[in-house]
Ligand binder design. Structure first.
Ligand SMILES: Nc1ncnc2c1ncn2[C@@H]1O[C@H](COP(=O)(O)OP(=O)(O)OP(=O)(O)O)[C@@H](O)[C@H]1O
Ligand SMILES: O=P(O)(O)OC[C@@]1(O)O[C@H](CO)[C@@H](O)[C@@H]1O
Length: 305
């Protein structure tokens, strides 16, 4: 089983307007409410791939209810820990540019934290993979994800944390299943300027393997992505399409890799699905569906570096 953990999920309120005028009343052309949060997006893509997962995290109030109802309607399994405070609302503004307004989120009490850890510990079985992604709500220490690793390892399960900077470096000695910095984050991690070539980017990615990651993906938005394994490095990209949305492309990529690798233990096969999922979401208004993932998959080009 794959468990996604979204400690700070959201109702994503996605609004469209031709042009944003700051300091004025703006009339919207479109408005949609979606279940959001990085781990939840991972579970939604896994569901499209026919891979079962359970979404864990904290959910409360009317927004928490909305989240659970919408995920159940999408056939996802959930086991959220109830909280007294309301789940947050994040606003995604689509005008000439995309602007995201992400709230800090609710405050989690010590009793709610204990209940969450209990749910996770009871659920985990050997061979499970836990994907932890997204920001931390108030009340949780910044080390919260890292502190869950011993619980996960005690169950003989694997983990993925979608994080950046020092927090990412700190997880590497614990051997994450996969890490997925984007190329800007990778350069920042090592205090470098932007890398001049794919080979230089791959060399930096290889350093993450040396520090303990099992696989490294480097996402590069419209320029595709790199896969770096102990044996080889690959660049993959898809045929350009009409970009509708960048929210959740990274989460989709992580879902495609994690789900496929857990099933096949074939990193290159997992990379292809990851590329298809990431770009299919970029080419969709919401997260990608299976039809779009299949369509994009058919256009993948892979080059070994
Ligand atoms: N404009 C695009 N065209 C084609 N594919 C894209 C585009 N944007 C993203 N993708 C695909 O999705 C993957 C992940 O996107 P990106 O590099 O933006 O990740 P990220 O920075 O982690 O994103 P996020 O903001 O979702 O966390 C890319 O590596 C690529 O495969
Ligand atoms: O505030 P965080 O937790 O960093 O990110 C939350 C979020 O922006 O991430 C997802 C896209 O990746 C959205 O569904 C959600 O609103």
């Amino acid at each position: 089983m794959i468990y996604s953990i979204t400690l700070n999920p959201s109702l994503d309120y996605v609004v469209g307007l031709p042009k944003l005028a700051l300091g004025r009343v703006n009339r919207l052309e479109s408005a949609h409410k979606l279940p959001g949060g990085k781990g939840i997006n991972v579970s939604r893509i896994l569901e499209q791939l026919g891979i079962s997962s359970t979404a864990l995290g904290f959910a409360g109030g009317f927004t928490g209810q909305f989240l659970k109802q919408r995920l159940t309607a999408l056939h996802l399994q959930t086991a959220f820990t109830p909280i007294a405070d309301d789940t947050r609302i994040n606003v995604k503004l689509k005008a000439a540019e995309e602007t995201e307004l992400n709230a800090a989120g609710p405050t989690i009490s010590p009793a709610e934290i204990t209940a969450f850890k209990h749910t996770l510990t009871k659920a985990l079985k050997p061979g499970d993979v836990v994907v932890m992604a997204g920001s931390l709500p108030n009340g949780l220490p910044t080390t919260f994800y890292h502190d869950l690793i011993p619980l996960i390892h005690a169950a003989h399960a694997e983990f993925v944390i979608d994080t950046t900077g020092q927090a990412l470096l700190d997880t590497l000695p614990e051997h994450p299943y996969v890490v997925k910095p984007n190329h800007h984050e990778l350069a920042e991690l090592f205090g470098d300027a932007e890398y001049p070539s794919l080979a230089a980017t791959a060399a930096a990615g290889r350093r993450l393997l040396g520090l303990g990651a099992q696989h490294v993906l480097v996402s590069m938005a419209g320029k595709g992505a790199l896969l770096i394994t102990p044996d080889a490095a690959y660049h993959g990209f898809v045929q350009p399409g009409s970009v509708q949305n960048s929210v959740g492309a990274g989460d989709s990529m992580l879902a495609g890799f994690t789900g496929t690798y857990q099933q096949t233990h074939d990193a290159l096969a997992a990379f292809k699905v990851a590329l298809a999922c990431g770009s299919a979401t970029a080419f969709s208004l919401d997260l990608a569906d299976k039809a779009m993932i299949d369509q994009v998959f058919a256009t993948i080009t892979i080059t070994q570096l």
